[in-house]
Ligand binder design. Sequence first.
Ligand SMILES: Cc1ncc(COP(=O)(O)O)c(C=O)c1O
Length: 464
Amino acid sequence: MRTIIEPFRIKSVEPIRWTTRAQREQFLKVANYNLFLLPADDVLIDLLTDSGTGAMSTHQWAAIMEGDESYAGSRSFDQFFASVHDIFGYKNVIPTHQGRAAERILFSCACKKGDVVPNNTHFDTTRANVEFVGAEAVDLVIEEGRHPSVNHPFKGNMDIGALEQLISKVGRSRIPLVMLTVTNNSGGGQPVSMENVRAVNAVCRRNGIPLYFDACRFAENSYFIKLREPGYENKTPKEIAQEMFSYGDGCTMSAKKDGMANIGGFLCTNDDLLAQQEKNLLILTEGYPTYGGLAGRDLEAIAVGIQEALHEDYLQYRIASTAYLGNHISCQGVPIVQPPGGHAIYIDARAFLPHIPSDHFPAVALANELYLDGGIRSVEIGTLMFGAQAKMDLVRLAIPRRVYTQSHIDYVVEVILDVWQKREKIQGMKLKYEAPFLRHFTARLEPEVVAKKAFEPIGAAARR
Ligand SMILES: Cc1ncc(COP(=O)(O)O)c(C=O)c1O
């Protein structure tokens, strides 16, 4: 059969709420034109993030009932450790309340002021945590990964030459670790090939630098390797994930993505001394090392979730449904990051709205219009999120795992195409307030008031 269906049936449903455009105009004004500041009940289809928004399986809910809430030595930790160790293979597994807690602990223990941390592309919290300890976060994704319309099977790959150059420029002693983000979220959810992982590993080994994975979407990355990399077509996603992690020394993980859980994360390392320092810091801010800020039931849900994320029928549906959205809008001319990523479709807002310069936040303007037009919430990944460092201005439509059906996605396609027809009328945004870190979460903005003439549809003057 050619049709790829959702490999599950629905046992519990959650109503979503329709609003009118006039209501949404009011809601957006009150939210200071920042979609993070909207109440979720005022959103119809929420594609803000795939993080912590997935639906859990019957097996996960059953495991939750097995949760052992003991403060120390919980049985749920043993389940969690065994499942993580089975896939990731690292000696030390430290639970945390989510990915950024793992990042904060890793960078606080392993990095100091003046250090440099290379990554294919740092995610916003990763960059912020590196910079918070006074180190520099450097993005070294391959050239193809910087151009939205360029097609490449592994656009998340790290530029090996650039990594070697950086090491010889700053010296290995200033690089406490190299990171690889799989898949590369900020670069369009694009995968990293096993060949590239091996090449990064070889550079790290030669220079005595540990390699860590930002493993949030490790299962989706593994499936892309199976689909696209010669020699892996007959391996299971789990075998591929195990091989990938064998080339590293540890990882940070947000279990809110391919952990299929609504909360949680972990930090792994093979370095016992570092693990001890990390656990000491964990006790100070997260909790005892057998729960790390999570409930025993959360550990159980993650233990089951990371295994389910590697099921092949799930991954086939997951990757196909994301591509379905991307292909149905790009075939009508909407510029997206090509090829479609694993967890999200990224609209290239600079190409969608060429009349809005980057410092007028084209991706914020577009995300706001998608909300006004159809009640869809997406997120800007661009100049508001990364400031002058932003290489692109993207609107990310992240698909929660196992939540929306094909008709929801058909509706999203219809809204995007409607906005595409009206694109010349969309205006840029002005920043009214920004926080010193991660400003996109709390920024307050307003639409720019530009002379009416500037919004004339292209060709209007010629027709007069
Ligand atoms: C690649 C990547 N790294 C780290 C994080 C941070 O994880 P968390 O939101 O659980 O703190 C995210 C979250 O979206 C991410 O996508």
